[in-house]
Design a protein around this ligand. Structure first.
Ligand code: SF4
Length: 312
C-alpha cells in the first residue's frame, strides 16, 4: 500500500503492472457448471443467477467469436477508458468446466488477441483436475493470469443449505495446488449468506487470509430475481443498511494481510435483476462509505494481523 491508501486495491496493482488503467472483459465462453448440467445438480447454487453470475459477460458463442466479443466490449468501454489495458475474464458459470482441448482453444483464442494483456479464470474449486492444472501452469508461464475460486463460506451448514456441492476442503486443496504451481489465486467470499453471523463471516475471512492467496473478493450478498434463493426466501435481506455492511467490511479488511490484493468490496448485479438489498446498486456510495469509515477509525488493511503477530 502506498501513501494514503488504506487497502491494497487490485486496480492500483494492475496500473503498476501494465502502466495504465486495466479493465476485465467478461467472456462467456459457452461453458456450463456441474451444479446445473445434472452432474452434481440442476438448480445451481441457491444464490446463482440464471446467467451463472456472468450477466455482464458477452456471450462469445452468440456472436461470431471471441474476437468480436472482445471488440464489442472494448468499443463500449473506449469512451470511458480510451487507453486501457484489457484482461479476458472467463466469468460466467465454471471457467474450467469443459474438456481440456476446448479450454485450451478458448483460453488461447483470447490470449492471441493483440488487445488482450492477460487472462482471469473464475471457477469452482472442485473443477481443477491434474490436466486442467497442467494447462493453467503452461499458460501462466508466458502470460499474466490469475484463477478465481468461489469459496463463498467456510461453514459447511451454509454451503449445504445453498446447495453448492463443494466445501472449504475443496477450496483448500485447489488453492494449495494452484499456488504450488506458481499460479495466483483469488478467493471469493459472500458476506451476508443466510444464517451467517458476523463472527462466521469473519471466520471465513480469517481462513482465506491464512491461505496462499494473491487476492480476495468480498461480495455483498445480492438476492437476484432469477435465483433459487429468491424462491426459497423471497423476503431475505442480508443487511439492514449500508452502514451495517460498511462496518463489517472495514473489520474484514483488518484481518487480511496487506500483501493480499483486494478485488472487490461490494456486489455488482445489474439493477434489473436485483431484489435485495435494494441499495446494493449504489456501488459508489458503499465504496465511499468504506473509505470514509477506514479513515474515521484510522485503520488499514491488515492492522489486526500486525497486532496478532505482535501479540503472539
Ligand atoms: S458453481 Fe458458480 S456457476 Fe455453478 S451454480 Fe454455483 S455459482 Fe452458479
Amino acid at each position: 500500500m502506498q501513501g494514503g491508501e488504506r487497502y491494497n486495491s487490485i486496480s492500483d496493482r494492475l496500473r503498476e503492472e501494465f502502466g495504465r488503467k486495466t479493465v476485465k472483459l467478461g467472456i462467456d465462453a459457452g461453458f456450463t457448471c456441474p451444479n446445473r448440467d445434472g452432474t452434481l445438480g440442476y438448480g445451481g447454487c441457491a444464490f446463482c443467477s440464471e446467467g451463472g453470475s456472468g450477466e455482464l459477460s458477452a456471450h462469445a458463442e452468440d456472436i461470431s467469436g471471441m474476437s468480436e466479443s472482445i471488440g464489442i466490449q472494448i468499443e463500449r468501454l473506449s469512451g470511458k477508458w480510451p487507453d486501457a489495458a484489457y484482461l479476458a475474464y472467463f466469468q460466467a458459470f465454471t471457467g474450467t468446466y469443459a474438456p481440456v482441448p476446448v479450454l485450451r482453444r478458448r483460453y488461447y483464442e483470447a490470449l492471441s488477441d493483440p488487445r488482450i494483456s492477460g487472462i482471469v479464470i473464475s471457477t469452482r474449486p472442485d473443477c481443477l483436475g491434474e490436466d486442467v492444472l497442467d494447462l493453467l501452469e503452461e499458460i501462466n508461464r508466458d502470460h499474466f493470469m490469475w484463477v478465481e475460486l468461489g469459496l463463498q463460506t467456510i461453514h459447511r451448514a451454509t454451503s449445504d443449505e445453498m446447495g453448492m456441492g463443494y466445501d472449504v476442503s475443496d477450496f483448500d486443496r485447489s488453492c494449495r495446488r494452484l499456488a504450488s504451481r506458481g499460479i495466483r489465486v483469488v478467493a471469493h467470499l459472500i458476506l451476508g449468506l443466510p444464517g451467517e453471523t458476523r463472527e462466521m463471516m469473519l471466520g471465513s475471512v480469517k481462513h482465506v487470509a491464512s491461505m496462499p492467496v494473491y487476492g480476495v473478493k468480498l461480495h455483498l450478498m445480492n438476492v437476484v430475481k432469477n435465483s433459487r434463493l429468491y424462491g426459497m426466501m423471497p423476503g431475505y435481506t442480508p443487511f439492514d443498511s449500508i452502514d451495517e455492511y460498511v462496518e463489517l467490511v472495514t473489520e474484514c479488511l483488518e484481518y487480511i494481510p496487506e500483501d493480499i490484493t483486494i478485488h472487490r468490496l461490494t456486489g455488482d448485479v445489474p439493477r434489473r435483476y436485483l431484489v435485495s438489498p435494494e441499495w446494493s446498486y449504489k456501488k459508489r456510495t458503499i465504496l465511499n462509505g468504506i473509505n470514509r469509515r477506514l479513515k474515521e477509525k484510522d485503520i488499514r488493511q491488515g492492522d489486526r494481523c500486525l497486532r496478532m503477530s505482535t501479540e503472539a
